[in-house]
Design a protein around this ligand. Structure first.
Ligand SMILES: [Zn+2]
Length: 744
């Protein structure tokens, strides 16, 4: 350690704190008490432990789509593998269709208030004035020996009581038959599935999802994850292999999770040939079904059924779409270890933009996400057009965005492409890196939006994408209703889950990557997390720990602030003081009169806070170090050399205040009088000793004319008007209001 002894000819500035701004609140303390402790299942490094286990459920399903009655009728055999160390006397299955039963649908109280004027559709959402049938009819639940099993249904969850307990390490089969009325998507605010009717040609597009009774997750963290489905918190599902036979009207085209096993019996020779061609087409999609053929198909209205057979390995869910309206295009996407068929299915109403953009967007997402995590492992990746929303399932997603009269605005097109990238991206989070969506929406939405925005920024540079600026209005919102990211899915408000669970984690990861950890280390750590937890069930602690484990960067302060509080970043550049070292004369008597600089500074009152640099530097007297300051050292530093080194330099002492509460790294931009610029970066740890105010001294060759904090807007600083010295004159709200009034 080197120590210079400066004697400042200044009164030390008075440090003041008010009660809320205690200089130390433990912002850098470990978050061990906020996250679950490590154990033999989940290690302290954030990886699955040696004793990690996971249940597995394989499904064989036969399902019929009854177009006349808009019904789904199915039979399934589930083989459930109990890999847990516990014996189970009952199983929980998810019956998500029951959320659509009258009385259950607004269980999450999404939007329950009356307004002065309401549309009939809003009133339908609110009151279900037009009632309709919904929810499961369970015909039977049997065990492997064909015995009926007792069940109890609690809203969206079904408890199946086993005749014999399913012991650790054993497997059991369940056979279930069920049916449910498919619901009209236009009658719900949040309809992830259901049917969309097209009156013009009297046809329907069916989006069939959470359609079969599915095993709930049983794991080391929750036991049974049997929280009710309340529409916002999505799904927690086990991996397994699926054999699914889907019977639909014979003129329907089915887009589905999995590999189509009987293409020869469900597709025409022409369609098969085109598909073969598409397998070799890497640069652009091949039309498997053209617009003309789809329009011709719309008129068929066959009453006969045809069965499509699909197989999907190692997926956590299964969904499909069916219609006679579909156009179909396909192309191959080559990844280092896998070649994927990217395919889009859309009604003619999606033209021309769907033909132009959808499959290409799948390709862009497949490439960027594979590079950032692991190669997309499945054979197909499908985007199906819907009227609204975007919804993800393994290998298939339903994506909104349609032109009006063949025209689409630039914003709507960007939103459509963004939706496709996002929903394709969900194949990684949570379809493979299978976090618990019912509990932590941010874990899949946040990580996925981060890579989705990276895909947009890299592959669609003309499109707008999320940056730290995007989150500022949210971060400055009403503190009484803001919740931290670490809020469970259904406890968030409907009007802020997008910002809190999608955008805020995205910006957090952007800050870690671009400004806190650095791209190379961050990317490696993010990849590590994805690979550690693929086909497994990670918790927030596993992500937090892995990002530290793989980077050697202590991030507890960041997690604590960004994920566990609603504080924001607001750094204030409170003061910048300019000093010059007075080159001390050997003639000690002459000291007080020999420096013109010093006299000039003194005359203007060096102790007063300066508004800018016009008063010139304040003068520091640097004296020789007295012998007693060396203690027992016999050596002496070179006083002359130090004096020479500092003599012509400008010394700047910067005072920064943390107004928003979040500790963050500090980026300082120096603009010199000759117009050149320089950047200094300080790590967040500068706030360790005083979380409210820090001072830091810099030495610059050139004279500074202006200093700015966070000039590149890396840290979502919510108030940029206090980031500069000399202070930027900002207009008051009242002045702006007056100006607005006079400028109609
Ligand atoms: Zn999403």
């Amino acid at each position: 350690m080197r120590r210079f002894l400066f004697v400042l000819l200044l009164v030390c500035p008075f440090l003041s704190f008010n009660a809320q701004n205690q200089p130390w609140q433990g912002k850098f303390e470990p978050i061990d008490n906020l996250i679950s402790p490590p154990n033999s299942y989940r290690t302290a490094s954030g990886a699955p432990g040696k004793a990690y286990w996971q249940q597995r459920a394989d499904y064989k399903i036969k399902v019929t789509l009854d177009e006349k009655n808009n019904m789904i009728l199915g039979e399934e055999m589930i083989t459930y593998h109990n890999n847990s160390p516990e014996d189970l006397s009952y199983l929980w299955l998810q019956l998500e269709q029951n959320v659509n039963k009258k009385g259950n649908e607004d269980f999450g109280s999404i939007n329950n208030s009356m307004k002065d004027g309401m549309t009939s559709r809003q009133m339908q959402f609110l009151t279900r004035a037009m009632d309709f049938p919904a929810g499961y009819s369970i015909k039977y639940v049997k065990d492997g020996a064909g015995n009926n099993l007792k069940t109890l249904v609690n809203n969206t969850m079904m408890k199946v009581k086993l005749n014999n307990s399913l012991n650790s390490g054993e497997s059991a089969t369940l056979s279930i038959a069920w049916s449910y009325p498919i619901t009209d998507r236009s009658l719900f605010l949040l309809s992830r599935e259901g049917y969309e009717y097209f009156p013009e040609d009297d046809n329907t597009v069916y989006l069939i999802a959470h359609w079969f009774p599915r095993m709930a997750v049983y794991n080391d963290t929750e036991g049974w994850q049997n929280q009710q489905f309340q529409k916002l918190g999505e799904f927690a599902l086990e991996f397994g292999n699926y054999d699914v036979e889907i019977s639909v009207p014979e003129d329907h085209i089915v887009a589905s999770t999995g590999t189509l096993l009987n293409s020869e019996s469900v597709l025409t020779k022409t369609q098969l040939n085109r598909l073969k061609k598409a397998e070799k087409s890497f640069s652009k999609p091949v039309m498997v079904i053209t617009k003309e053929e789809a329009i011709d198909n719309e008129k068929q209205k066959s009453k006969k059924l045809k069965t499509w057979k699909f197989r999907a390995d190692n997926v956590r869910d299964f969904a499909f779409a069916s219609s006679r309206k579909f156009l179909w295009d396909a192309q191959a996407v080559e990844l280092p270890t896998n070649t994927v068929m990217a395919m889009s299915f859309y009604p003619k109403e999606g033209l021309p933009v769907w033909k132009e953009e959808s499959t290409n967007a799948i390709k862009q997402a497949l490439e960027v996400y594979s590079e950032a995590t692991f190669d997309y492992p499945y054979p197909v990746c499908i985007s199906v057009n819907t009227s609204n929303i975007g919804m993800e399932f393994p290998m298939i997603s339903f994506n909104g965005g349609r032109p009006v009269n063949g025209k689409i605005s630039d914003a709507a097109k960007q939103s459509m492409v963004g939706t496709i990238i996002h929903e394709v991206g969900h194949n990684w989070f949570p379809m493979i890196v299978s976090s618990d969506e019912r509990k932590w929406m941010w874990m899949d939405e946040g990580l996925n939006t981060f890579l989705h925005q990276r895909t947009v920024a890299e592959r669609y540079p003309d499109y707008s994408s999320v940056t730290p600026k995007t989150i500022v209005p949210f971060m400055t919102g009403d503190k009484s209703i803001l919740r931290p990211i670490m809020t469970t899915s259904d406890n968030e408000l409907f009007n802020q889950f997008g910002m809190n669970f999608y955008i805020k984690p995205t910006v957090g990861l952007q800050m870690l990557r671009n400004s806190i950890i650095g791209k190379e280390l961050f990317d490696e750590a993010f990849k590590e997390y994805a690979n550690r937890w693929k086909y497994k069930h990670p918790n927030p602690a596993d992500l937090f720990r892995t990002l530290e484990d793989a980077t050697a960067v202590d991030l507890d302060w960041f997690y604590r602030g960004w994920f566990f509080t609603t504080d924001n970043v607001d750094m204030e550049l409170n003061n910048v003081k300019w000093f010059k070292v007075f080159e001390e004369n050997t003639n000690i008597e002459d000291k007080n009169n020999s420096s013109a600089v010093k006299i000039a500074a003194n005359e203007k009152g060096a102790t007063e806070a300066q508004k800018d640099f016009s008063n010139g530097p304040e003068v520091i007297n640097m004296m020789d170090t007295p012998d007693n300051a060396y203690g027992q050292f016999l050596s002496r530093i070179d006083e002359k050399e130090i004096r020479k080194e500092l003599s012509s330099k400008n010394i700047y002492e910067v005072t920064i205040k943390n107004v928003g509460g979040l500790v963050m790294p500090v980026t300082i931009e120096w603009i010199f009088t000759d117009g050149t610029k320089e950047i200094d970066k300080l790590p967040a740890q500068i706030w360790r000793r005083n979380e409210h105010e820090v001072k830091k001294t810099f030495i610059k060759e050139k004279e500074v004319s202006k200093v700015n904090l966070d000039p590149n807007f890396e840290f979502a600083d919510t108030n940029m008007s206090n980031n500069s010295f000399p202070k930027v004159q900002t207009k008051s709200d009242f002045e702006r209001f007056k100006e607005d009034k006079s400028n109609p």
